[in-house]
Design a protein around this ligand. Structure first.
Ligand code: BEZ
Ligand code: FE
Length: 289
């Protein structure tokens, strides 16, 4: 290998992994090495440029913490998260389409348990809304005891993990569906916000002349025994940024209307008063084959 050249280096590296016994690992690494080398050749990458890329990755690592995953943000803004999600979307015949997890999902103790019909608003300012529906099989049969993990931003555009003003767990909860597969909670209408751009990913977006806006949405991760977990988001249909999401997460079936509740009877049926908006949405889970 002492006579390796720019023409032979790719083959030399590939030979070193030819005996890797795990076939999927071999396939992925062979393709990754080949594409990276082809990319470096195609743009005639200089040592300074490659070092800048490595320093970018170091800064992404340094910016990553429990409350914020800068690697996910990089993956999201470059469209890799959307590509992988879209390629493996389990939506078909009654199962709900998936979307992005984003960097602000936190499992564990920051998700306050909430009963069906519970209140997430607490002391948040904002437009009150009741969100209700069912979790079902693709055929529409209710799934009792499905766990919904729900998180969204506050009236200042921030998730609680970005915002010392709000206590841990603000506008985050987990809820189990009732015997008829129903869920329901009151919250505030989410607002459009910018993905965090005070880190290396923000620097990249700025250098590329890109904006950082996401249309308003509520995140859901829904799991139940015997079903594939569903990671998805419900988007405010008339948001100004609906067609220019900085992370490519919007899917037509996930757009919802926040409509005004029309009567005292309708409000009562959802356990609220007439000042609330209403969003209804049923989620379909795909069974594990
Ligand atoms: C989010 O919706 O929380 C999000 C998704 C991708 C990147 C940044 C934020
Ligand atoms: Fe979000």
């Amino acid at each position: 290998m002492r006579n390796v050249t720019a023409d032979t280096i790719t083959e030399a590296v590939l030979q070193t992994i030819a005996d890797t016994t795990e076939p999927r690992l071999r396939r992925i690494m062979t393709s990754l090495i080949s594409h990276l080398h082809a990319f470096a050749r195609e743009v005639d990458l200089t040592p300074e440029e490659w070092m800048a890329a490595i320093e970018f990755l170091v800064r992404v690592g340094e910016a990553t913490k429990t409350e914020r995953n800068e690697f996910i943000l990089a993956s999201d803004t470059l469209g890799i998260s959307a590509l992988v999600d879209l390629s493996h979307n389990r939506a078909s015949g009654g199962a709900t389409t998936s979307s992005l997890l984003g960097p602000f999902y936190i499992n564990g103790e920051r998700m306050q348990p909430l009963e069906v019909g519970g209140d997430l608003i607490g002391d948040n300012d904002g437009e009150p809304v009741v969100v209700a529906g069912r979790v079902t099989t693709p055929q529409g049969a209710p799934i009792a005891g499905a766990c919904l993990e729900i998180w969204q931003n506050a009236a200042n555009g921030l998730y609680e993990s970005e915002d010392p003003e709000h206590g841990p767990g603000n506008l985050r909860c987990k809820m189990l569906t009732d015997d008829e597969g129903r869920y329901r909670f009151t919250t505030i209408k989410p607002i459009a916000y910018t993905v965090p751009y005070d880190g290396p990913v923000g620097t990249m977006l700025q250098a590329l002349g890109r904006h950082a806006w996401r249309p308003a949405h509520i995140h859901f991760r829904i799991s139940a025994a015997g079903y594939h977990p569903l990671i998805t988001e419900l988007f405010v249909a008339d948001d100004a940024h609906i067609d220019t999401d900085a992370v490519f997460g919007v899917r037509e079936p996930l757009l919802v209307d926040f409509r005004r509740i029309e009567s005292a009877e309708e409000a009562a049926a959802y356990g609220v008063t007439e000042g609330y908006a209403l969003v209804t949405y049923d989620f379909g889970l795909q069974p594990v084959a």
